[in-house]
Write a protein that binds this ligand. Structure first.
Ligand code: UDX
Length: 447
């Protein structure tokens, strides 16, 4: 069937390309001319593993087309249109839905009767209702709304779209459900489950999911602080806690905390909503506070390693992206670490395998941009690892040691724990004390 998509960002482009790959005819609308010209050359304007091949394939076979003009959807007459535009944080922490509502107004005057407008952007609770009322007020024809939140992780978004744990769809009209069933038919088999429900529940699942992930991360970081004070090994603690099937091992990696364009924004939006409804925000304000405190902890560990103030020291930083397998630096903890180091009077040299261009736009000449991991290590008093890129496991640490003024590595993501760097003559520390890799688990212990 014919499908429209508004927005060709991390969510919109993945949605468009995979809907097209599964046989739908897709018209993706993107207002950024620069992005559109790249996309039409089958080039993805950001790093997302596997996406460029799918884009090339679906452009070549004509299943996917791009336009800068929403009006083109009129002629294209899709049965469903995804809204995948940004909903950034506004001043009060709530999600800013102006872009969504602008698109809704344009769609109201463009779409044919009974088209389904599918909200995939992460939208504040109650947005479905607002959109439904707006369409009823502005459209000359009856249009449907559905809420279909995305659960895509940057760096594995293609996999997550093809093999979702669940597809969540909030709707009210059975005809809208019929269109969504046709739309997702090619995905049901590989999906964990499809949950059809009321829109309010579908909206809340998204916030509750991301806020819970943020909670897990701050939980393990707080337990890490406790373990470091009491002589415990947080990696053994996390391993032991994570083996409880009710808890699970994922999102229990202590380190520099969470960043990205989703967890911070969605947690803030949830706090804002809780506050506006007079509900307790304490739990998630603590999640934010613990997350923010990781930078001060990293500075303390660095000062301990250097035996004094950071003023005048030269620091190498490995990693800028908010996590590995992405070039996205939005709200990356590494940025707050870099800024804190600059504020402490250190010279900073940064290397990231994918995010250097994005970084240059942010820090300009305030930092040095290393050409590789070794360059970032040369002539520095210490190295801080901020992003868990696999590349950093492969470097020659003998060579790194020879390049550094002194062999000091602070591993803020506990990424190098298994390399036994102490035995290579490094002062090695994580944010939660010297780390020993957990002992291998004997099969018997799992029975
Ligand atoms: C997240 C959600 O996972 C995804 O379902 C949602 O659709 C969008 O937001 P993403 O922002 O791409 O995805 O990143 P994610 O993989 O969730 O990691 C978020 C942050 O948490 C990263 O900065 C990561 O380094 C950090 N993290 C993750 C930890 O600090 N510890 C962990 O154990 C896991």
């Amino acid at each position: 069937m014919r499908v429209g998509c508004i927005g060709a960002g991390y969510v919109g482009l993945v949605t468009s390309a995979l809907m097209a790959q599964k046989g739908h005819e897709v018209l993706c609308i993107e207002k950024d001319i620069r992005k559109i010209s790249l996309l039409r050359q089958a080039r993805v304007p950001f790093f997302e593993p596997g996406l460029e091949d799918i884009l090339r394939e679906t452009l070549r076979n004509g299943q996917l087309q791009f336009s800068t003009d929403i009006a083109a959807l009129g002629e294209f007459s899709p049965k469903a249109v995804f809204i995948c535009v940004g909903t950034p944080s506004s001043e009060d922490g709530g999600a800013d839905t102006r872009m969504v509502m602008e698109v809704v107004d344009q769609l109201a005057g463009t779409l044919e009767a009974q088209t389904v407008v599918v909200l995939k952007s992460t939208v504040p609770l109650g947005t479905y209702r607002r959109v439904d009322l707006q369409l009823k007020a502005k459209a000359r024809v009856p249009l449907y709304v559905a809420n279909n939140p995305e659960f895509l992780r940057e760096g594995s978004a293609v996999y997550d779209f093809l093999y979702p744990d669940r597809i969540v769809i909030g709707y009210e009209d059975e005809r809208a459900r019929g269109v969504l069933e046709e739309l997702y038919a090619p995905f049901f088999e590989a999906s964990g489950a499809t949950l059809w429900m009321d829109p309010a529940s579908a909206e809340l699942i998204k916030y509750a999911s991301n806020a819970f992930l943020a909670l897990k991360i701050s939980f393990v970081n707080l337990m890490g602080d406790l373990a470091a004070k009491t002589g415990g090994d947080i990696w053994k603690v996390a391993q032991g806690v994570g083996m409880d099937k009710r808890i699970g091992p994922h999102f229990l990696s202590p380190g520099l905390g969470y960043g990205g364009s989703c967890l911070p924004k969605d947690t803030r939006a949830l706090i804002s909503t809780l506050e506006s409804l007079g509900l307790d925000q304490g739990l998630f304000r603590s999640v934010e506070r613990i997350n923010a405190s990781r930078i001060d902890l990293a500075l303390e560990v660095l000062k301990g390693a250097l035996g004094g103030p950071l003023e005048g020291a030269a620091l190498g930083v490995w990693g800028a992206a908010f996590k590995a397998r992405t070039d996205d630096i939005r709200e990356a903890p590494s940025l707050r670490l870099i800024q804190a180091l600059l504020d402490s009077g250190t010279k900073v040299k940064v290397y990231d395998p994918k995010a250097m261009d994005n970084l240059k736009g942010l820090f300009g000449r305030k930092i040095e941009y290393a050409k590789d991991a070794y360059d970032a290590a040369s002539d520095v008093d210490a190295l801080a690892l901020a992003t868990e890129w696999p590349e950093f496991l492969e470097v020659s640490f003998d060579r790194v040691k020879g390049l550094m003024r002194q062999p000091v590595i602070i591993d803020c993501r506990s990424h190098l724990r298994g390399l036994q760097l102490e035995s290579k003559g490094f002062y090695y520390a994580t944010l939660h004390g010297p780390a020993m890799p957990p002992a291998p688990i004997s099969a018997g212990s799992l029975l």
